[in-house]
Design a binder for this molecule. Structure first.
Ligand code: BG6
Ligand code: MG
Length: 212
């Protein structure tokens, strides 16, 4: 591979905020009497906040909700989620991830974030990676969520590289699909790796050093 840049998904790749998403959505869903469990939560991986809410509301059978009501529910979830994120610290960044990132950078690779989350800058700050990446493309600069490739295409553009020069690293199937749709080679960990959704399906993050 003629890789010059690596674009990392954040949640589930660099750090693990799944449980916080689950707890925040669960509190919101319980508050309105809507059934929600971890299996449904798995379907929210890589999906935008409003699209996640639509998935949760598949179990809602009350009167139709207006857009303003949906915005307010998403805002409520986000408030709970951010208060949980505030508990994160640099201790939530594993040595494996940090040492691997440093080793990739030492090889001369450009490193970027490609995340659907609007909270990406806050999470990076909490885990001590604010200012670490060469570019950040996240939920704040896109209008279409994964599996649309927009977030990765923007990340490559911010790095000044073509998709064919970048490797995307993902844990979500929707994210791996987004990478392929954008013309990127994709390396997967977690769920997406188990589903063999990537060109490289890794058992751990450090395996990137064998891929690159
Ligand atoms: C992704 C998560 O990183 O960000 C999704 O995998 C989440 O579960 C999405 O819905 C949007 O996050 P946020 O922080 O903008 O609500
Ligand atoms: Mg993810």
């Amino acid at each position: 591979m003629n890789v010059k840049g690596v674009i990392f998904d954040l949640d589930g790749v660099i750090c693990f905020t799944d449980e916080y998403h689950y707890l925040a959505w669960k509190e919101m869903a319980d508050g309105m009497g809507v059934y929600f469990d971890r299996e449904i939560n798995n379907r929210l991986r890589g999906v935008s906040r409003m699209a996640s809410l639509d998935i949760i509301l598949e179990r809602y059978s009350g009167p139709a909700l207006t857009d303003a009501e949906k915005e307010s529910l998403a805002a409520k979830k986000n408030d709970i989620y951010r208060s949980l994120l505030s508990r994160m610290s640099p201790a939530d960044l594993s040595d494996e991830v940090k040492l691997t990132l440093d080793a990739l950078r030492a090889k001369g690779l450009k490193l970027a974030i490609g995340s659907s989350s609007k909270n990406a800058p806050f999470i990076l700050e909490r885990i001590g990676l604010a200012g670490y990446f060469d570019a950040i493309s996240d939920g704040n600069n896109i209008s279409r969520s994964k599996p649309d490739p927009e977030v990765f295409l923007k990340a490559a553009e911010f790095l000044g590289l073509a998709p064919a020069e970048c490797l995307v690293v993902e844990d979500a199937i929707a994210g791996a699909e987004a990478g392929h749709a954008g013309g990127f080679e994709v390396a997967c960990v977690g769920d997406a790796s188990e589903a063999k959704a990537g060109d490289h399906n890794m058992s751990c993050f450090a395996q990137l050093l064998e891929v690159l």
